[in-house]
Design a protein around this ligand. Structure first.
Ligand code: SAH
Ligand code: SF4
Ligand code: F3S
Length: 436
């Protein structure tokens, strides 16, 4: 048995990275590494990085700079960079920061134990291939102890859509779906560890084709696992919302009434320049069809403001679309030019104009978010309790609509779904009491 060494992982970016970080920890456990939450006691620090916007990518270099004193103090400390910056920049990372021992892309982290051999022999290790073999076939089985009742499960990776602003098709490669049988096995193993809610992940999860009936087929099969109480999926592309998936939102009890469906812009001109391949009205019609299937479904979205060429009128069209849809939750970003993407060749909207638009959009989205949350007061919702709250006797969980809910309840209720009467809406959460 190898000596136990401590591994500290910092995760940036999307849920796919959160999932990857867990799998990386499992892969390195076989190399004798145990995870720690305290960076100062680490023998290895791994940054699992995101390349989506310039700020996210540059943060990695400032964090590496901040690790320098710790490395000077502890020269044996191993430093690894994984994820999408690793994929996009590869050896450049070691050039800018020579203390980095290892750089590994999102498709090759199953090779980490072998790469660690190389590091131990005093070399730097770099692997950013898109290999033929599937990393999931080579990763250790998921046999860790009981865990949080809610888990992520990656079912699809990569993207073939090539939106004009986006690095994902380059950092994650072509769209690949994992076979349904493997996912079902992984889901069963997770439920044996106490998981009751699974969020299926993919950059374009509704383009999943590892089941003959697509994502809806996979969801229906997962819903037959008794111990699994809730299913969610993210992120979806509007053009891949097929009839079966829309229908499942109305008929599959375990599929939660929350859907992240990014549109990016409400202007047809900008949608075209973004290569999104649908219009604002097609998106409105899709929202209406999904609401027909499941009237209480809560929508969430992503928006980019200040895309090259965006005029005041284009931006107003985005504001109008937001008013029409009414989002329960949303993320909005200022456009960031990314190296290698088609939009990066075009002239940027002036920074102050983009900033002002972002503020206006965020004000509208926040108002919708608070209104949606406040509308829960006086209602009974189902809550999956996940952990103890800060106050004695209180638990925290998530409602069907993904709102955080605080409620007095016995600790044995962690991992169970209960009905809760909502009494109060606070800034980022709801409070309630167990329903009679
Ligand atoms: N596959 C998902 C999105 C993945 S990236 C989809 O198609 O919706 C997550 C979000 O980051 C995007 O929805 C977009 O709003 C934002 N984003 C991506 N590239 C960006 C860029 N270059 N500048 C600003 N925001 C960006
Ligand atoms: Fe990026 Fe577009 Fe693919 Fe989403 S669909 S990951 S925004 S290229
Ligand atoms: Fe970022 Fe890569 Fe996810 S670029 S958003 S970590 S797919």
């Amino acid at each position: 048995m190898a000596d136990s060494k401590k591994l500290y992982i910092k995760t940036y970016g999307c849920q796919m990275n959160v999932y990857d970080s867990e799998r990386i920890a499992e892969a390195l456990a076989s190399d004798g590494y145990e995870q720690t939450q305290d960076q100062s006691e680490a023998d290895m620090v791994l940054l699992n990085t995101c390349h989506i916007r310039e700020k996210a990518a540059e943060k990695v270099y400032s964090d590496l700079g901040r690790l320098k004193p710790l490395h000077d103090e502890k020269p044996d400390l191993k430093i690894a960079v994984a994820g999408c910056v690793a994929q996009a920049e590869g050896a450049e990372i070691m050039r800018r920061q020579p203390m980095v021992d290892l750089v590994v892309g999102p498709q090759t982290y199953h090779r980490l134990p072998a790469m660690m051999e190389q590091v131990r022999s005093g070399q730097q290790a770099l692997d950013t291939d898109f290999p033929e073999e599937d990393k999931f076939d080579h990763l250790p089985k998921r046999v860790l102890p009981a865990r949080n009742p809610s888990a992520f499960l990656t079912v699809q990776e990569g993207c073939d859509k090539f939106c004009a602003f986006c690095v994902v098709p380059y950092t994650r490669g072509a769209e690949v779906s994992r076979p349904a049988a493997r996912i079902l096995k992984e889901a069963e193993a997770l439920t044996e560890r106490g998981v009751r809610e699974i969020t299926l992940l993919g950059q374009n999860v509704n383009a999943y084709h590892g089941h003959k009936d697509g994502l809806a087929g996979l969801i229906w099969e997962l819903s037959e696992i008794d111990a699994l109480k809730r299913i969610r999926f993210t992120t979806s592309h509007p053009n891949d919302m097929d009839d079966a998936l829309i229908e499942a939102h109305g008929t599959c009890d375990k599929l939660m009434p929350y859907l992240h469906l990014p549109v990016q812009s409400g202007s047809d001109r900008i949608l075209k320049a973004m290569n999104r391949k649908h219009t604002a009205d097609q998106y409105r019609a899709l929202i209406a069809r999904i609401r027909d299937a499941r009237p209480d479904l809560m929508f969430s979205g992503d928006f980019i403001v200040g895309f090259p060429g965006e005029t005041d009128a284009d931006f107003e069209a985005t504001m109008q679309l937001v008013r029409d849809v009414h989002y329960g939750q949303a993320y909005s970003f200022k456009y960031s030019a990314r190296p290698g993407t088609p939009a990066a060749e075009k002239e940027d909207v002036p920074a102050d104009v983009a900033t002002e638009r972002l503020h206006r959009l965020q004000e509208l989205l926040s108002a919708q978010q608070y209104a949606t949350q406040a509308s829960m007061v006086g209602r009974d919702v189902h809550v999956l309790f996940e952990k103890k709250g800060r106050q004695d006797g209180q638990l925290i969980g998530k409602s069907d609509y993904l709102h955080a809910v605080h409620c007095d309840a016995p600790v044995e209720m962690i991992g169970t779904v209960q009905r809760v009467s909502i009494s109060k809406s606070m800034t980022n959460s709801l409070t309630g009491i167990l329903a009679k």
